[in-house]
Each structure stands twice: as C-alpha cells, then as structure tokens.
Design a protein around this ligand. Structure first.
Ligand code: URA
Length: 233
C-alpha cells in the first residue's frame, strides 16, 4: 500500500494533511526520513514512524461524523440521502453507521467497517453512554419526578430502560444520558413525561464528541481514540 494511504487510513489526516506531514520530514520508513508519499509499504515488514513513534496500522476504518438533519442512518436508501453519502473515501472501503440516529436527529455518529466493534459498542451490556441535548415543546412539569422516572427506568418494548440521567439546561432544554439505543428511545422517554422533542442532538457517544466538526463534516479517529474504543469493547 502507498505510504500516504497507509497514514491516512491509520488516522493521520486527509491525503493533503498526510502529504504535509511527509513533506515536513516527520515520517521515517525503516529508520530513514521518507519524502515520497507514493512509496509502497508492506505493513507486515516495514516500520513506519511518525514524529518518532511507530504507527499501528488499522485494517479497519473509524470515522466520526457530525450528522446533519435530513440524512438516514443507513448505507443506501432510494428515497433519502444517507450518512455514508457524506463520507468520501479512497478506494472501495464500505463503512456503516454504528447505531441509528433518526433522520431529524443531529450530532455525534461513529462509522466503521469493523462489525465486531460496532456490535460490541451497541450492546446494552457494555454501558456505553450516549448523551443527547434535547429541546422540548413545553417544560417538564416536575423535574425531580422526571429524574426519578428516568433513573428508575420506563417500560419500553416489554422491558425497563436502563438508568438514565437527566440534567436541566434551560426552560425547555435538557441533557439526557442513556446507555442503550432502543428505537426512538429519547423521544419516547420524553413523550412519557408529556413533552414532545423539537430538537435532538447527540452531543457525545462514549468519550467522542463533535468538537471542531461543523454539521456534515467528518474526520478519522485518532490512534488513541481507537485504542480507547477497543478498551470499551
Ligand atoms: N432517541 C431518539 O428518539 N432518536 C434518536 O435519533 C436517538 C435517540
């Protein structure tokens, strides 16, 4: 594989960013500074260092997207744009979203081609926190009661939801943290309280958030973020 593609696939930035990294003599192959991004690397034999540190070649792709409104959490749909339309990748790598956000929900979304990791992160047993910013049509009437209801769980699909945390951010603005991802879960939880959600944004998924990414923008996860996710699994 080409050196620039290897670095870009391993989370060192876009092809352009990787080109600059190489140009500024920050990349060494087998102990020597390499200035040619087109150099072919054998990941099993060659040792590649970036800023003096060996890279760990990721066979899988891990991408963080700030999902805009109007996109389906799918890889194909005849009637609407899908989140993978927003991520242009070199070659024929096919990624999919980890879990689902509704078409009108925005925010933090992980995409990957690592099925094993996706499955594990979505398991309620793993207790991966997902925090949502919520705006409602009317204020919650009794906030202490609502906090108790969320932390004790609500009957949904024949089972109680796992304890969820509710914080007040404004008159009709809240943060809610859940650990599972039932269909329309947050909307149904607020509906139980008699409120309709008029804005829903996932502000974080585990330790990941969309700081620095405007709506529709994406980036590769950094090496340390991938390792941290693997630790969660
Ligand atoms: N809960 C919802 O109701 N919708 C989402 O998109 C995500 C969580």
């Amino acid at each position: 594989m080409r050196l620039d593609k290897l670095l870009s696939d391993s989370g060192y930035g876009s092809r352009k960013e990787v080109k600059n990294l190489i140009k500024s003599k920050n990349v060494a192959v087998n102990g020597e500074i390499e200035r040619d991004g087109a150099r072919i690397i054998d990941e099993n034999i060659d040792e590649v260092l970036v800023l003096g540190k060996p890279i760990i070649y990721e066979k899988n792709l891990y991408i963080l997207l700030n999902k805009p409104k109007g996109y389906l959490s799918a890889t194909k749909d005849p009637s609407a744009p899908v989140v993978t339309d927003l991520v242009e990748l070199d070659g024929k790598r096919s990624i999919f979203p980890v879990g689902r956000l509704d078409k009108d929900t925005t925010g933090t979304m992980l995409l990957t081609d690592d099925g094993k990791m996706a499955h594990s992160l979505l398991s309620p047993k793993k207790h991966v926190d997902k925090t949502y910013y919520v705006e409602t049509d009317i204020p919650i009437l009794d906030i202490n009661l609502a906090k108790n209801i969320f932390s004790e769980g609500i009957e949904m699909d024949g089972k109680k939801t796992l304890p969820a945390k509710l914080e007040v951010k404004g008159e009709r603005e809240y943060l809610v943290t859940i650990r599972e991802g039932k269909y329309h879960q947050v909307k149904r939880m607020f509906s139980y309280l008699g409120c309709e959600i008029i804005k829903l944004d996932r502000v974080s998924f585990a330790f990941l958030n969309c700081e620095g990414l405007s709506s529709g923008q994406w980036r590769f996860l950094k090496e340390e973020e991938i390792l941290k996710l693997k630790e969660l699994c």
